[in-house]
Design a binder for this molecule. Structure first.
Ligand code: ATP
Length: 217
C-alpha cells in the first residue's frame, strides 16, 4: 500500500473491498453515480459511516447527485492494488482447503490461489480447480519460484506454527489462518485469523443475548 492509504483508519480499509465489489457491479451495469443511501442498502453499512469512509478518499458526495462511480472505482483500484495480481498459496487440502481451491477468488478481486501443498501422497501431484498440489517438502522451493506473497492455512492446528515459521523464512507477507492456533510471527508479517467455529458460536451467543439489535460500535 502507498503512503496515501496508510492514513486511512483500519476499520475503513477493511470495508474497501466490499465497496469495490459493489461499485464494480454498478459500473458494469452502466451506472454513473450512486448515493450513499443506495450504497448503504447494498453493502449493509450505515450511510453516515459510508460518508465518513469516503471523505478519507477525498470523495465528497454532492447532495442530490451522490458519488461519481468512475472516480471511486479508479481510487479503489489504485488503493487495493487491483492492477497487480497477488499470488496465494493454500496449505492443507482437506475439506475446507478443497472448497477454497474450487472457489474462484478472481471473480471478485485480484487474488489467485496459484499453488497448494499437502503431505498426503494421494493428493500430491493432482490438481483441484487448476491449482497443482505440491508436497510440503517442496514448500520453500515452490513459494520462492512462484513469488507467493500470501498463504492460507487450512491444516490441522498442531502443524500451524511450524508451517508459519517456514513461511516467514521465505518472505510470505500475509497469512490467513483458518486453524484455531494462535500464531507467533515477527512484526513485519500480518496474520488474519478466521475461526469459523468461534464465529458461529459468537453469532449464536449474540442472537440469544442481544437478538437482532445493532452491535455497539
Ligand atoms: P478440514 O479441517 O479442512 O475439514 P479434514 O478434516 O479433511 O480437513 P484435516 O485433518 O483437518 O482434514 O487436514 C487438513 C489437510 O491438511 C489434509 O489434507 C491433511 O492431509 C493436510 N495436512 C496434515 N498435516 C499437514 C502438514 N504438516 N502440512 C501440510 N498439510 C497437512
Amino acid at each position: 500500500m502507498n503512503n496515501e492509504t496508510m492514513k486511512i483508519p483500519q476499520a475503513t480499509a477493511k470495508r474497501l473491498p466490499l465497496y469495490y465489489r459493489f461499485l464494480k457491479n454498478l459500473h458494469s451495469s452502466g451506472k454513473q453515480r450512486v448515493s450513499s443511501a443506495e450504497l448503504s442498502e447494498a453493502v449493509k453499512v450505515d450511510s453516515a459511516t459510508i460518508r465518513r469512509d469516503f471523505s478519507y478518499f477525498g470523495a465528497l458526495g454532492k447532495k442530490g447527485y451522490g458519488y461519481n462511480v468512475n472516480y471511486l472505482l479508479s481510487f479503489f483500484r489504485k488503493t487495493l492494488d487491483q492492477d497487480e495480481l497477488t499470488k496465494v498459496a493454500l496449505i492443507g487440502v482437506g475439506n475446507l482447503g478443497t472448497a477454497f481451491l474450487n472457489y474462484n477468488f478472481l471473480k471478485n478481486n485480484n487474488t489467485k490461489i496459484e499453488v497448494a501443498f499437502d503431505v498426503d501422497h494421494g493428493k500430491v501431484g493432482t490438481s483441484i480447480g487448476d491449482v497443482p498440489i505440491h508436497h510440503m517438502d517442496d514448500l520453500e522451493k515452490v513459494i520462492e519460484k512462484e513469488d507467493v506473497q500470501v498463504a492460507i492455512l487450512t491444516v490441522p492446528s498442531t502443524f500451524a506454527q511450524s508451517i508459519t515459521d517456514r513461511l516467514v523464512q521465505v518472505n510470505v507477507k500475509g497469512i490467513l489462518n483458518f486453524t484455531p492456533a494462535r500464531l507467533t510471527v515477527p512484526s513485519f508479517i500480518r496474520v488474519h485469523h478466521i475461526d469459523l467455529a468461534v464465529e458461529l458460536q459468537s453469532l449464536v451467543y449474540f442472537l440469544k443475548h442481544y437478538g437482532v439489535e445493532a452491535e455497539d460500535s
